[in-house]
Design a protein around this ligand. Structure first.
Ligand code: GLN
Length: 482
């Protein structure tokens, strides 16, 4: 009830939820209470979660925040959410996101932008994520913050899992599901002072998750701290016969990794991540992270991932290519919106023209172009080769004994809603993903952990990248930083 009341109060300001499932939440919570009373409580009994609108939830709004899926209510539940409910978690509702998870600011959603609960302040602050109501200071469980002056600029929460990150940050759920194709868990986590982990490709089933780029998509949690993220991932992860890319390996007790000493651990610092124009504050944050890990006994080594600079261009070929194929199914026949036409082809065209937003159309066009006869070899095939080289860069570094790689999570803190530069040039928006896409291209696990604040008091995140299926080392190391 407390979470539902908080949502009802704050959602008009933040727009983090696109559907709130009041009755379902109360029924699930009552069932939890009954199991607890009988001594049958499970790992997540009664924990209220928000679910990204990309996950199929039976009988409940599932539209990937697209107009083309209007009215779609799946008859099935995604494997990830089934796993969470089987462990006793409670669903609060569906969370806003960029349309079909395409974006880095949550502004491509059919349901409008999500507003970051963080505001820029004039005094450097040391406060932890909390919810600002836009008028008279902070609303914070357990007390009111000291007076500080805030500017009025509304900031994005990042994307595509912007609703998930904003909701967790503003106490509108205890944790959230999210997905990451090129950074969509880690970048919004960094922009909102929350923890987000993209597990190894195959660790979590993609069944019932609306597909964007199937070879890159992976689901994971956004949570308030590393421990919560570890507990949630344990529940979300499973092998699944319905997703043949899910991997049959036991799911470790990730929480047990927290507090393990990192003495002697080899932490790689890749020189290629020192990109041109990186703000001094990001560089300083990175140095601070290095210092913390050193202090905890880790060995810091300089490494090289020579193909890093090709990751972003290659990603923006591979991801749209797969998306153009995956999105072919939205034709007005099988799901959601149908705009009548004079014949079936006319109906397809009218439905897709009305149903998809501008960014999604741009991706479909790029994807169709790079896959077309005559261009396939020059673009798609070339990008796949680059992808192999990127993967090999990481393999070489891990084979040389590096246990974990430390980088900034994003090249900046959260930026303003309707940023003129980014609106004028979509490539500027794509540059947000410069530190995160390599991880998806290589299928590796990556975590973003809050590590400090910029001079406006906005959160910044550090990223840790690990060996395949070594999420434990990420949790262990992130816990030292948080
Ligand atoms: N920002 C990237 C994109 O727009 C990544 C999105 C994601 O990870 N879903 O493609």
């Amino acid at each position: 009830d407390a979470y539902l009341a908080a949502i009802d109060q704050a959602n008009p300001l933040l727009n983090a939820y696109v559907a709130v499932t009041h009755d379902k939440a109360r029924n699930m919570a009552k069932a939890s209470d009954a199991r607890i009373a009988k001594g049958e409580g499970k790992a997540l009994e009664g924990i209220p979660l928000g679910i990204k609108d990309l996950f199929a939830t039976e009988g409940v709004h599932t539209q990937a925040c697209s107009h083309v899926l209007d009215g779609f209510r799946p008859r099935y539940e995604s494997t990830v959410t089934s796993n969470l409910w089987a462990d006793g978690a409670v669903m609060l509702g569906k969370l806003n996101m960029d349309e079909f998870a395409m974006g880095s600011s949550n502004e491509t959603s059919y349901y409008g932008p999500v507003i970051n609960p963080w505001r820029r302040s004039r005094v450097q602050t040391t406060v932890k994520p909390t919810f600002h109501d836009g008028s008279a200071g902070f609303i914070k469980p357990g007390g009111v913050e000291e007076n500080r002056s805030y500017d009025n600029m509304q900031l994005v929460p990042g994307g595509s899992s912007g609703g998930s990150a904003a909701a967790v940050s503003a106490f509108l759920c205890a944790g959230a599901t999210a997905t990451d194709t090129g950074g969509s868990i880690r970048q919004p986590a960094a922009f909102t002072g929350t923890v987000g982990i993209k597990p190894t490709y195959g660790r979590v089933s993609r069944w019932g998750v609306v597909a964007f780029a199937s070879s890159l998509d992976q689901a994971g949690p956004i949570a308030r701290d590393v421990r919560d993220a570890a507990i949630l991932l344990k529940s979300m992860a499973s092998v699944d016969p319905k997703d043949t890319t899910s991997v049959d390996r036991p799911v470790p007790d990730y929480e047990a990794a927290l507090g393990r000493p990192i003495k002697g651990m080899k932490v790689g610092i890749p020189k290629e991540y020192r990109v041109d124009g990186m703000p001094q504050e990001i560089e300083a944050l990175w140095q601070q992270g290095i210092a913390w890990l050193k202090e905890a006994g880790a060995e810091i080594v300089d490494i090289s991932l020579p193909h890093t600079k090709y990751a972003l261009p290659a990603y923006y070929i591979v991801a749209p290519a797969e998306a153009s194929s995956n999105l072919a199914r939205y034709d007005g026949v099988r799901y959601g919106l149908r705009v009548p036409g004079k014949d079936i082809v006319d109906m397809y065209e009218k439905t897709r023209a009305a149903g998809f937003g501008q960014e999604v159309k741009r991706r479909i066009m790029i994807g169709t172009y790079v896959l077309s006869a005559g261009y396939y070899d020059a673009y798609y095939l070339q990008a796949q080769k680059v992808r192999t080289l990127i993967k090999k860069d990481f393999e070489d570094v891990f084979a040389a004994g590096v246990d974990v790689i430390l980088t900034p999570a994003t090249p900046s803190a959260a930026f303003g809603v309707a940023d003129q530069d980014m609106a004028a040039d979509p490539v500027k928006m794509y540059l947000n993903d410069v530190f995160t896409v390599t991880v998806n291209m290589a299928g590796l696990p990556g975590i973003s952990v809050p590590a400090g604040l910029d001079s406006h008091g906005l959160p910044l995140g550090l990223q840790l990248i690990g060996r395949p299926f070594d999420e434990e080392t990420l949790f262990q190391t992130a816990h030292v930083i948080e």
